[in-house]
Design a protein around this ligand. Structure first.
Ligand SMILES: Cc1ncc(COP(=O)(O)O)c(C=O)c1O
Length: 356
């Protein structure tokens, strides 16, 4: 008889990814996973085709060329970058390295669900700090700190609310947090932000040894399937992550694609412009239909529907998949990823025919 799994694993509610299929529908509009409406850069696809895969060989475990390219692109020291299998892997590694049994990991009330999942995996305790207007509240986060707090995760901007904290507020949070607590700034959506007072937090990494900025290729770069993310942090934490990660964690195809994606800044510009235009359009149209839309800096909108389950069923009947929010404690809302022009228009057409 197999020994039972460690009890903390059984406390984990498995992450439910966005659905991509509907029974009986050949074609669907998938707006459930915050993927890039414009897909992936054709230059990345070209680079992957041109790449002669040496599939029998291990990838470069250090991701040297990719880190070099990231360093040049963002003006960062490549020695302080670690690549991961999505930023997701890095969230897990940070919990693994810094949170043990009984330690506390703090995040804001509607923070990204992988924070409590990886916390529970370590036998640590996830602690939520209340938000104000679906926005992280720095004072509430500080008030929730205990002697057992090891990590604070802040998604900025946050998924699924779309809200963000200004550069000054994040700096204040770092200053006021005890210095033996790690602050992880998860900047998965940072390239999509329009607010002038926002920063992904690199300047805090330069100032403090205990700040990590996480980035991903899954959102604006449209590479969700390739699984690639990275961290920028102090040499000390970089060393810890390099010890904790698998020796060949990032596949060579992801590395090749990452470099090609960074070489196509035009695609990034277009993706951002598309997102800003259609996020504004969709928000305005939803408001005209009488729905409350939360301000968003990401590639999605969180919308108050009241009976969200009925609205979701109606959208599914029309072949449109958005994200239910029960898992985030927001059962009256739906999260809608910004899509292509025809997809956004289909959402509004479907909701216009919905009888409230
Ligand atoms: C806030 C946030 N962080 C991290 C991730 C993980 O991204 P990935 O593992 O694809 O890099 C997501 C994905 O949706 C996210 O919304």
């Amino acid at each position: 008889m197999l020994k039972l799994a460690r009890p903390e694993i059984l406390k984990i509610e498995p992450y439910k990814p966005g659905t991509s299929k509907l029974p009986g529908k050949k074609e669907v509009i998938k707006l459930s996973s915050n993927e890039n409406a414009l897909g992936i850069s054709p230059k990345v696809v070209e680079a992957l085709r041109a790449w002669e895969p040496k599939l029998s060989r291990y990838p470069d475990g250090a991701c040297k060329a990719l880190r070099q390219k990231l360093g040049e692109t963002y003006g960062l020291n490549p020695e302080q970058l670690v690549c991961g299998v999505g930023s997701d892997e890095l969230i897990g590694l940070l919990c693994h390295a810094y949170a043990g049994v009984g330690d506390e990991v703090l995040y804001s009330q509607h923070g990204f669900l992988m924070y409590p999942i990886y916390t529970l995996r370590m036998g640590a305790v996830p602690v939520k700090a209340p938000e104000k207007n679906l926005t992280a509240d720095v004072e509430a986060l500080l008030a929730a700190v205990t002697p057992r707090t090891r990590i604070v995760f802040l998604a900025n901007p946050n998924n699924p609310t779309g809200s963000y904290l200004s550069k000054d507020k994040v700096a204040y949070l770092r200053k006021k947090l005890p210095q033996d607590i790690l602050l992880v700034l998860d900047a998965a959506y940072c390239e999509l932000v329009d607010a002038d007072d926002f920063s992904e937090g690199n300047e805090l990494v330069n100032e403090y040894p205990n700040v990590v900025v996480l980035r991903t290729f899954s959102k604006i770069f449209g590479m969700a399937s390739l699984r690639l993310g990275w961290s920028y942090t102090s040499p000390e934490i970089t060393d810890i992550l390099n010890r904790a990660r698998g020796p060949f964690n990032v596949s060579m195809s992801a590395q090749v694609a990452g470099i090609a994606a960074l070489n196509d800044q035009e695609f990034i510009k277009q993706s951002k412009a598309h997102n800003t235009k259609w996020r504004n359009w969709l928000a305005t149209e939803l408001e005209k239909l009488g729905y409350k839309v939360y301000p968003s800096q990401g590639n999605f909108l969180l919308v108050e529907f009241g009976n969200a389950a009925a609205v979701d069923d109606h959208l599914r009947d029309q072949g449109i998949i958005v994200r239910r929010m029960e898992g985030y404690g927001l059962p009256t809302t739906l999260r809608i990823t910004i899509g292509k022009e025809n997809e956004n228009k289909a959402v509004i057409a479907a909701l216009s025919s919905y009888k409230k």
